[in-house]
Design a protein around this ligand. Sequence first.
Ligand code: ZN
Length: 238
Amino acid sequence: MADFVQVLDPGHGGDDPGAVANGLREKDLTLKIALYARDYIHELYEGVKVYLTREKDVFVSLIERANFANRLNADHFCSIHINAGGGKGFESFIYNGNYPNKPKTQALRNVLHDTIVSETNLANRGKKEANFAVLRETNMPAVLTENGFIDNPSDAAFLKSDDNLRKIALAHAHGLAKAHGWKAKPNKQPSPQSSSPSKGKVFYRVITGSFENRENAEQCVKELKAKGFDSFIDVYKK
Ligand SMILES: [Zn+2]
């Protein structure tokens, strides 16, 4: 079966910074979230190819973004933005017109929206519709996420942390996977250690996970430490 083609669209870029406040620029945050989300999806799921409408700080017009996805004949388009204008929390948009795949577009959006709200704890501002060019001009189901308000002090504080940008990215990965029914990759287990414990004593090691991505391993250690288990990362090369 052909790979599922997911396009991620980091909003703004280059001369267009998007919303700017509290020392943050929308274009930087959307790019980080999209890059992290791409890595998470490729790491965690089988049979999915993620393409980004931009991978660095460059300007790409709205119509070029839609055309990019149309040329790829993508299965789904997800545009990633940060909000501004005096609100607080998360909202998502689909195109407000009448179109044949609207029920499907809506269903996919609902799953993604609910997953992001529950995993990020951003306030839920609701599931919305709008006449946005990237949503209107794309041929496949398309969604646009607005991940917090850059001009709200508590959302901005949340967005300043790279861990939280990763959390938003992972929530997009999980939500898209759930919406599209992507298959998780099997966990790779390290082979048993060959060295025997010293001084005749027997030790029993507990391995909680094996990760291809160092950040994921660090996150696991952090969670274990928070629960009172001492743990460390052991680097294992194949
Ligand atoms: Zn934006």
